[in-house]
Design a protein around this ligand. Structure first.
Ligand code: IDP
Ligand code: MG
Length: 152
């Protein structure tokens, strides 16, 4: 059952402008996670305010929403064992200055306000975020041929 844990990963507008969409997708693919949904879109201010609702009292909130609405985002659902926790490890710390080399934020960005990717922080928030960003029919049911080589 845990092999079907899902996380919501989003490449932010800076990641799209800086042409690292393929690099980020590659890392999740080569790790062994299963791509369940993928779309590029221009997020509305309303959607972003809901997505980041928990941060609405923070001083950086208006700037965060403006940044996230400033260009396209690439939204994905990745599935696999510990997908939420491992996804966060692959992203690195919120502040790229604290992110180790080898993580996405550690390798590709320098400032917290331009940290190029989002990843759900818990299974429960992943479920909420997936439901917020995707319609049920956008989540694709399929069985990767590699599954028996990723899981014992
Ligand atoms: P997370 O993205 O690692 O989960 P959160 O604390 O949930 O980090 O913050 C959401 C996003 O808000 C961050 O990824 C970053 O883009 C932005 N953010 C967080 N702290 C700051 C800050 O101090 N200044 C500017 N932007 C920030
Ligand atoms: Mg967060």
């Amino acid at each position: 059952m845990a092999n079907t844990e899902r996380t919501f990963i989003m490449i932010k507008p800076d990641g799209v402008h800086r042409c690292i969409v393929g690099e980020i997708i590659k890392r999740f693919e080569q790790k062994g996670f299963k791509l369940v949904a993928l779309k590029m879109m221009q997020a509305s201010q309303e959607l972003l305010e809901t997505h980041y609702g928990d941060l609405s009292s923070k001083p950086f909130f208006p700037g965060l929403v403006k940044y996230m609405a400033s260009g396209p985002v690439v939204c994905m659902v990745w599935e696999g064992l510990n997908a939420v926790k491992t996804g966060r490890v692959m992203l690195g710390e919120t502040n790229p200055a604290d992110s180790k080399p080898g993580t996405i934020r550690g390798d590709f960005c320098v400032q917290v306000g331009r940290n190029i990717c989002h990843g759900s922080d818990a299974v429960e928030s992943a479920q909420k975020e997936i439901a917020l960003w995707f319609k049920p029919e956008e989540l694709v049911a399929w069985s990767p041929n590699q599954a028996p080589w990723v899981y014992e």
